[in-house]
Design a binder for this molecule. Sequence first.
Ligand code: OAD
Length: 239
Amino acid sequence: MSTLNGKQVGRIVILTGAGVSAESGLATFRDSGGLWENHDPMDIATPEAFARDPGLVYRFYNARRNQLAEVSPNPAHEALARLQREFPGEVFLVTQNVDDLHERGGSVQVCHMHGELRSHLCNACEERMPATGDIDGESRCPRCATAGRMRPDIVWFGEIPYHMDRIAMTLARCDLFIAVGTSGVVYPAAGFVREARMAGAYAVELNREISEVTGLFDEQRQGDASVTMTALVEELLAD
Ligand code: OAD
């Protein structure tokens, strides 16, 4: 147990977004210079876009996966991993990020609701498997041997995010909800703060700026995630 602003805290849910990986050098989606500035998400991140121009979609996600080799976790990822290791209660980490920086920062439990770059999905046998390299329209599934049905293991717009039952269950019983580095415009993740507060949780937003959903939180701490997350973890572990 710990306390934050007088509230007893034993069960924490943390939602992370692209802002957590920004200081590692990965572009966010909607900030200036973000991924959706040069690409319309509807041309990349939908099943229809994949059917229309698979080459473009393969190239986009292959490049993002290859970029992971050039970046490292930052103090925000490390602080979260430390909280998971040292907090005496429950810490459930759910991320919209498809990079692997939480894992490389030391987190062992990471719920990737939007999928993972380090995984591929076969549309023929529906198996998810570790990505060992680039895929394209000719790639063969290592499990069922079907060619031409491999896709990035990414949840696109119009598809249902992974692990929603588990997430709903943990939100329904958490007493602290923290959202870090997310703009709060993409549902269902943007609605998690409401679910947590309905369950009686205290809600803290960490962001570099005011977001679409700042008003739904009990408090906002503004600044870079590497600083605000590290400070919040210190505070939670100090008790
Ligand atoms: P966005 O790009 O929408 O938002 C990033 C947020 O991080 C913004 O609110 C920034 O202010 C904040 N931010 C940037 N740098 C920061 C820093 N150093 N410290 C703290 N905050 C910082 O990214 P997401 O909210 O993650 O989905 O986007 C949600 C989903 O939209 C993504 O998972 C992706 C995208 O379309 C799919 O691809 C399905």
